[in-house]
Write a protein that binds this ligand. Structure first.
Ligand SMILES: [Zn+2]
Length: 106
């Protein structure tokens, strides 16, 4: 089974999905970061998204500092778009996987 087949699958709790994606990432050999999080006014997690740790690029404030005296670390983010997203469905009282991108840019 490919992880892409998980789209529209339900998880009772988003923590289960996170553990699942975390294990998957571990097996493939990349690390994930928590990305989008949206909560309802009542504090219920409505949307959750995880991305590859190499998604996006480093904020400029870290590379253009005048007071930089150490050699900047090697750029580790490679604009990777691998992602795993889900949203809460009140009708089913479950979290539905909405988006899975398995391709990595690195
Ligand atoms: Zn990646």
């Amino acid at each position: 089974m490919s992880i892409a087949d998980l789209v529209e699958r339900e998880f009772a709790k988003f923590e289960q999905a996170e553990r699942f994606y975390c294990n998957y990432a571990l097996a493939i050999g990349f690390s994930i970061r928590r990305s989008r999080l949206r909560r309802s006014e009542g504090g219920v997690v409505m949307e959750r998204q995880w991305v590859c740790s190499k998604e996006g690029s480093r904020s400029k404030k870290w590379t253009n500092r005048d007071d930089m005296f150490r050699t900047p670390r090697k750029e580790t983010r490679e604009n990777c778009h691998a992602t795993f997203a889900m949203k809460y469905c009140p009708k089913r009282d479950a979290y539905i996987v909405t988006k899975v991108v398995t391709e990595h840019s690195h």
